[in-house]
Design a protein around this ligand. Structure first.
Ligand SMILES: NC(=O)c1ccc[n+]([C@@H]2O[C@H](COP(=O)([O-])OP(=O)(O)OC[C@H]3O[C@@H](n4cnc5c(N)ncnc54)[C@H](OP(=O)(O)O)[C@@H]3O)[C@@H](O)[C@H]2O)c1
Length: 305
């Protein structure tokens, strides 16, 4: 989802010399294949958006895969970038790097100030290692590598598989199915009180390219921070999000909550004032973004049929 959005935005902005590879053409866990690819193609600017990604269920069920694959991918990409003289690299992490009891909104300085949320600590540790790796290559070699931590993303290219998806695409799928099947109720995981922040992936792509064009590693590290938050700075309870999605989809039934299932962190909202001060703001409202994503979902299932 994120990589495709960055690709779309680069084309929209007029870039033409863009190199991408699907996983079946280049497995980023294969160190020598990654190095060969970088040596052959000599990219100048690298967006590292590839990762093993999933929602709370997938993270909690497959922690070994999450830590192993993410460490391997980012190690191989950052190392190959260094070896082949990449001019600038942007590493995509995630807001789950912050401590479970992090003060809200979460500021860049809150990194490594407390224990992590246990349901996704393996993923978070891999992402923190990526941040430290970019910083280490800057410290030791002066490499222009920096990390951005986007909040929860959604939009075209999202994963709608209920076993591995994040909350927003899961809600779109559940409410759509309930509407089509004329169900009376939809049951959601958790109590609905947890609050989350959501950023449309096209806004994230715009931010990533803005940072690639305008902000250097030194701008970040000299401010005594290790990464930049990317988000809206606004959160919404899962209950209100569910109501918003239900109304956009037009499901007329009731929403029930399975409180036996975990909520994860109760609040998770980024402080995005640093990125705002550096000149970037989000543009797509949550309701507009959900409408857009629902249209994408309906097109996607039409094609599958
Ligand atoms: N989704 C979010 O809410 C969110 C929020 C904050 C940050 N992020 C960050 O954004 C980045 C991208 O996330 P996303 O949501 O776009 O996930 P995604 O849609 O699952 O994209 C990840 C991509 O990485 C590829 N990949 C995984 N393992 C690979 C390997 N060994 N070799 C080559 N390619 C591999 C996947 O290929 P396949 O399609 O073949 O699996 C997929 O295309 C991640 O770093 C994530 O931490 C995401």
């Amino acid at each position: 989802m994120a990589g495709s959005a960055i690709h779309r935005e680069l084309i929209k902005q007029g870039y033409t010399n863009i190199i991408t590879r699907a996983r079946n053409a280049l497995d980023l866990m294969d160190k020598s294949a990654v190095l060969d690819f970088f040596q052959e193609n000599q990219p100048d600017f690298v967006f590292n958006a590839a990762a093993k990604v999933g929602g709370i269920l997938a993270n909690n069920t497959y922690p070994a895969d999450f830590i192993h694959q993410n460490l391997e991918i980012q190690n191989n990409v950052i190392y190959a970038a260094h070896k082949t003289g990449v001019k600038k690299l942007l590493f995509l992490g995630s807001s789950c790097i912050y401590p479970r009891e992090c003060p809200q909104p979460m500021q860049e300085e809150h990194l490594l100030t407390g224990p992590l949320e246990p349901t996704n600590d393996a993923y978070a540790i891999a992402k923190i290692a990526g941040i430290i790796m970019c910083h280490s290559y800057y410290r030791q070699y002066g490499d222009n590598y920096l990390s951005i931590m986007p909040t929860n993303l959604y939009g075209p290219g999202d994963n709608f598989d209920l076993q591995s998806s994040h909350v927003l695409p899961a809600l779109i799928r559940k409410f759509h199915a309930a509407k089509v099947q004329n169900k009376d109720t939809v049951t959601l995981w958790g109590s609905g009180i947890a609050k989350r922040e959501f950023l449309h992936v096209d806004d994230m792509a715009n931010a990533a390219i803005f940072i690639m064009q305008n902000i250097d590693a030194s701008d970040i590290y000299e401010r005594q921070i290790l990464h930049l938050n990317v988000g809206t700075g606004k959160d919404i309870s899962i209950e209100n999000l569910a109501i918003l999605i239900r109304d956009i989809i037009g499901f007329k039934g009731n929403i029930l909550y399975d409180t036996e299932k975990p909520d994860g962190m109760l609040e998770k909202c980024l402080d995005v004032s640093r990125l705002n001060d550096l000149g970037w703001q989000y543009r797509i409202s949550l309701s507009e973004g959900i409408r857009h994503t629902y249209d994408y979902y309906k097109e996607m299932i039409k094609k599958v049929k």
